[in-house]
Design a protein around this ligand. Structure first.
Ligand SMILES: *Cc1c(COP(=O)(O)O)cnc(C)c1O
Length: 469
């Protein structure tokens, strides 16, 4: 065992870096000489180590070349890449939230690859305003006088508070001090934006008189935060938006609503759970509203601020607006997504978020039946597969309690338990297009609501079968 003479011989017999590179002309051309030689050197070092440890016998030059090429390929794989979202959460924050429609993607590509009118007014022949590409569309859909856009809704809330409440107090209901996804927390955003949160009411009940009593000389605005991702039930009371707007008006304060998701269409008309629309919130008297571009709206990541012209002008002039502004590709995508809202008849078919949320149950069930035998045969005999009803979540904190009926493939290990399931989940995650499901109660569920590229899924069943052997 300690006789490593054969290993020494094998080490001496290893081909040189140059000899290996000569066998890898295509790889050298694709990745360049430096990267390719680094990969070859790493492969050789790995093999020498294995020989030293007695873990390998002689290794052919071809095997070393393959090892180097595999490493080059693996290193070339982007870490940010497409997956199949079978988690059952349609707007999954960790998986990139809303998917863009083809119109938006084309518009992004056009401005990415050509000079554009980003800040150029063709009629006047002079410098233009970048918000101009979306402002009129937002105003039309939200029913406001003016609008501006920033990097995301967290930035929108921050910029609004930093502009309208810097150094002042903002009375906010204890029932609305939300945390969204771990890093957006209302009290912290308020502190960082330079205003002082004045907590009012209680977790479950806050009354108009609580707001009225909290208003003083230093009060900068009244704020309402949509409790996007949780619901308080039972003995509760929140102040009606109209009453809060009236109080704000009476005291000469702006009334700001962070809507979170904010929908531009009536969700109940689409057979979905109710979510306040931006236009309704504005009609109830909100002076400024903020909402996300990539939640229920179904657009690119951005934050939209809409409201009275004088307030929006002040927000736009905040020097931090520059630090939070949108890039040209996001603006181009947002404009296209907003335009789709002008034609309600085609909206649900063209906008992926709404298409997935309104996908007919019968379609998903038929897909489950279609895929069942193929998946069952790929996973046999280690796993059993059944088509079962399930419920999809909307996600991104939108509509946390309500779910929509869907269909899933339910996979259970023939023997063993969670270890088997974890291995299966890992194999699915390491497919060329990773497949993400959810494990619950001793089974892996693949919710098919968001599987629009069935062929991509089916093509991976053979590699999956191999991985599980
Ligand atoms: C989601 C959400 C935010 C944060 O929005 P992002 O676009 O993720 O930055 C802020 N407030 C509320 C109420 C939300 O639901």
């Amino acid at each position: 065992m300690n006789d490593n003479k054969p290993a020494m011989d094998s080490r001496r017999a290893l081909p040189s870096v140059d000899a290996l590179l000569q066998r890898m002309a295509a790889a050298v051309e694709r990745w360049g000489h430096d990267q390719a030689s680094r990969a070859v050197r790493d492969a050789l070092a790995g093999i020498r180590h294995q020989l030293d440890q007695g873990l390998a016998a002689e290794i052919s030059a071809d095997a070393i070349r393959r090892r180097a090429e595999d490493a080059l390929l693996a290193g070339d794989q982007p870490t940010l890449r497409p997956v199949l979202n079978l988690t059952g959460t349609v707007l999954h924050t960790n998986l990139g939230r809303a998917l863009l429609p083809a119109e938006a993607v084309a518009a992004m590509a056009a401005v990415a690859t050509s000079p554009s009118t980003l800040e150029f007014d063709l009629d006047a022949g002079e410098r233009g305003e970048r918000d101009s590409h979306v402002e009129a569309l937002i105003c039309e859909l939200a029913g406001t006088e003016a609008a501006t856009v920033v990097n995301n809704n967290a930035a929108a809330v921050f910029l609004v508070l930093n502009t309208l409440a810097l150094g002042g107090e903002v009375p906010t209901s204890r029932g609305e001090l939300v945390e969204i996804g771990g890093s957006f927390r209302v009290p912290e955003i308020m502190a960082r934006s330079g205003c002082r949160l004045v907590e009012i009411g209680t977790t479950n009940r806050t009354h108009l008189k609580d707001y009225a009593a909290a208003i003083g000389e230093r009060t900068a605005l009244l704020m309402r935060v949509h409790t996007s991702n949780y619901r308080i039930e039972g003995f509760t009371h929140a102040v009606d938006a109209k009453a809060l707007a009236a109080l704000a008006r009476e005291r000469g304060l702006p009334f700001v609503v962070d809507m979170g998701s904010g929908s531009l269409v009536d969700f109940t008309a689409l057979g979905l759970p109710d979510e306040p629309t931006v236009a309704a919130t504005v009609a109830e008297g909100a002076d400024v509203v903020t909402f996300s571009g990539d939640k229920l709206l179904g657009g690119p990541q951005c934050g939209i601020i809409a409201g009275h012209r004088a307030l929006i002008e002040r927000i736009r002039k905040n020097p931090l607006k520059r630090a939070l502004r949108l890039d040209k590709m996001t603006l181009a995508a947002l404009a296209e997504v907003l335009k789709l809202y002008r034609n309600p008849a085609t909206l649900c078919e063209k906008l992926p978020t709404l298409r997935l949320l309104t996908r007919p149950l019968a379609d998903i069930e038929a897909q489950a039946q279609r895929l069942l035998p193929q998946v069952a045969s790929a996973l046999a005999p280690r796993f059993q597969v059944a088509a079962v009803p399930c419920r999809s979540q909307i996600g991104s904190g939108a509509l946390p309690v309500e779910t929509v009926p869907s269909a899933a493939l339910e996979i259970t290990p023939a023997q063993g338990g969670d270890g088997e399931l974890r291995q299966l989940a890992e194999a699915l995650r390491h497919l060329p297009v990773p497949v993400l499901g959810r494990i619950s109660n001793g089974r892996l569920l693949l919710d098919l609501r968001c599987l629009e590229t069935e062929d991509v899924f089916v093509r991976q069943l053979a590699p999956l079968r191999e991985r599980l052997q």
